[in-house]
Write a protein that binds this ligand. Structure first.
Ligand code: GLY
Ligand code: MN
Ligand code: MN
Length: 462
C-alpha cells in the first residue's frame, strides 16, 4: 500500500457529493470457495480499493457526507493469521489507512443501524454485489424498529456507482503512473513470448500455446505484477478467429500467426495488449497484407483519439479503413456488397470485424464509466440494425477528455467461406494498445512492444 493521500482525497470527493445527510456503504469483494478447502484467489473490489487502497477480504467502508470514514475489517486473530497471514486489524487501520474510525467486521450488523439512523439518503453500489441490497434492507428494518424512540429512517437510496464510475473514469496522476508501469511490464512480456516462439521453432522444438502463456506469466510475476488482468488469450493459427479463445495446448506451427491478448494487473490496475506475430518471425505475403490493413485502421483510430472526439469516433475511423481494405483485398466482392459506403451502412464488414474498437480501461479491464455523454442521455435516435433487424437506440457517445484511458483494438478475423480468397483463410489479427487521452491528443502507453511488421520481425530475429 503506497501513500494514503490519493485515497483520502477520493473519499473526500465522494463525501462532498453525498448530499446533506448522505451516507455511503462500500463493501470489498467476497471470498469464494473453489472446492473443498480451496478458495478462488481473492481479488478486492475495485470501488472499495479505489477509496482505501486496502486489499484484505472481509472489509467495508462507510462514508458520511460530513467526511467521516469508518472502516470495518477483520480483527487481529493470532490463530487465523498463522493459517491465512497478517491482518491489519482495526487499531492499526486508523493510522495506516487514515480512516476516522474502525471496528472489527463482526460488529457490522450491530453497528450499521446506528450509523444509518437519522440519515436522509443511503448510497451503495446497485446490482454489483449480490445480496448487498438485502443486507442494507435488513439494517434499515432495524432503524425503523426504533422509530418509536425517535429514530428517522433514510427515505432515499441511491446508486453509489453513479458517483464512483464517473470519478474512476478520469484517471489521476497516481493512477496513470501505475497504468504506465503495468503497460511496460506487459509490453516486455509480449516481446519475450514473441522471441520464445521464434527461438524454439528455430531450434526445432515443438511449441504449444502454453509455452507462450508460461512466458507471459513469468514476465508478469517477475516484474512484480500480482496476476494477469484477465485470462490470457494465446491463439495459434485458426484459433485467433475465436474471439474469447484462452491459452490452451494447440501447436504453434511454423508459417502461422499467433495472436496474444494479455496484460498484467499491477497494484489494482489492468493493462490490455494484443499483438499478432508470425510464429517463426517472418510474415507471409497474405499475412502481411492483412496485418498492414489492421495497422492502418489502428493508425486512423489513434488519430481520432483526442479530447473533443466522441468515444465512437475511433471505431468509425477503424471501420472506414477496414471496409475499404476488405474491398481492395477481395475479402468482400464489390459486385455483391457495393461501395465502401454500402459496406459501412449495411455492416457487411461485420463478417470479418465484429467487435468494438475499444473500451474504458482502469482497475477493471473493461472499466466502469458511462459511454453516453452526461446530460445528453435523452437525445435518442432509432435505427434498424441491417444484420439482426433489431431496433437500436442511439444516444450521443461520450466526449473524450484528458485523463480518460481506453483501448484501441481493431482486428480482422477471416473464417473460410464461399467467395473469401483462400490465402486469407483462418487468419485472425488484432492489434491492441492502451491510450491515455491528453490535453492535445493521446499517449499510447503500450508501445514498449512494437506494432510495425518490420520491427516485429527484427525483434524476433534477435
Ligand atoms: N482482453 C480483453 C479485451 O481486449 O477486451
Ligand atoms: Mn481490450
Ligand atoms: Mn485485450
Amino acid at each position: 500500500m503506497s501513500s494514503q493521500v490519493p485515497y483520502a482525497q477520493r473519499r473526500a470527493r465522494l463525501a462532498s457529493q453525498l448530499g446533506e445527510g448522505g451516507i455511503a456503504i462500500i463493501p470489498t469483494a467476497v471470498e469464494r470457495q473453489r472446492n473443498r478447502d480451496s478458495d478462488y484467489l481473492f481479488r478486492h473490489d475495485s470501488y472499495f480499493y479505489y477509496l482505501t487502497g486496502f486489499t484484505e477480504p472481509g472489509a467495508w467502508l462507510v462514508l458520511t457526507a460530513e467526511g467521516q470514514s469508518i472502516l470495518f475489517c477483520q480483527p487481529k486473530d493470532m490463530e487465523r493469521e498463522i493459517w491465512d497471514g497478517y491482518r491489519l486489524g482495526p487499531a492499526a487501520a486508523l493510522d495506516v489507512l487514515g480512516v476516522s474510525a474502525s471496528y472489527p467486521v463482526h460488529e457490522l450488523d450491530a453497528t450499521m443501524p446506528r450509523l444509518l439512523e437519522n440519515r436522509r439518503r443511503v448510497w451503495f453500489p446497485f446490482a454489483t454485489h449480490t445480496g448487498l441490497a438485502a443486507r442494507v434492507e435488513g439494517w434499515l428494518h432495524a432503524v425503523r424498529a426504533r422509530a418509536r424512540y425517535g429514530a428517522l429512517c433514510p427515505a432515499e437510496q441511491s446508486d453509489a456507482c453513479l458517483l464512483l464510475d464517473e470519478m474512476r473514469l478520469f484517471k489521476d496522476a497516481h493512477e496513470q503512473d501505475i497504468m504506465r508501469r503495468a503497460s511496460q511490464i506487459s509490453a516486455r512480456a509480449h516481446i519475450r513470448a514473441m522471441q520464445l516462439s521464434a527461438r524454439m521453432l528455430r531450434a526445432g522444438q515443438e511449441v504449444r500455446e502454453y509455452h507462450l502463456d508460461a512466458e507471459l506469466l513469468h514476465a508478469f510475476r517477475e516484474a512484480g505484477s500480482q496476476y494477469p488482468a484477465y485470462g490470457s488469450i494465446v491463439a495459434a493459427g485458426a484459433n485467433a478467429c475465436v474471439l474469447h479463445y484462452r491459452a490452451d495446448a494447440a501447436p504453434v506451427r511454423d508459417g502461422e500467426l499467433v495472436l496474444i491478448d494479455a496484460g498484467c494487473e499491477l497494484d489494482g490496475y489492468a493493462s490490455d495488449i494484443t499483438r499478432t506475430f508470425p510464429a517463426n518471425g517472418r510474415f507471409t505475403g497474405p499475412q502481411r497484407a492483412l496485418y498492414e490493413l489492421v495497422l492502418a485502421s489502428q493508425d486512423a483510430a489513434v488519430a481520432a483519439t483526442r479530447p473533443g472526439s466522441r468515444f465512437t469516433d475511433p471505431h468509425d475511423a477503424t471501420v472506414a479503413v477496414l471496409a475499404q481494405g476488405m474491398l481492395d483485398l477481395g475479402l468482400l466482392d464489390r459486385n455483391k456488397v457495393g461501395s465502401v459506403q454500402d459496406v459501412i451502412e449495411q455492416r457487411a464488414y461485420f463478417q470479418f470485424y465484429m467487435h468494438r474498437t475499444g473500451h474504458w480501461l482502469g482497475m477493471d479491464v473493461h472499466d466502469c464509466g458511462s459511454y453516453v455523454e452526461p446530460g445528453q442521455e435523452r437525445q435518442t435516435s432509432e435505427r434498424k440494425d441491417p444484420l439482426s433487424g433489431e431496433t437500436i437506440t442511439n444516444r450521443p457517445s461520450r466526449v473524450l477528455r484528458p485523463g480518460m484511458v481506453l483501448t484501441i483494438e481493431p482486428g480482422i478475423y477471416v473464417r473460410p467461406a464461399p467467395g473469401v480468397p483462400e490465402p486469407f483463410h483462418n487468419i485472425g489479427i488484432r492489434i491492441e494498445d492502451d491510450a491515455i487521452v491528453t490535453e492535445s491528443d493521446c499517449e499510447l502507453i503500450t508501445r514498449g512492444v512494437p506494432v510495425q511488421p518490420d520491427e516485429i520481425e527484427a525483434l524476433m530475429r534477435a
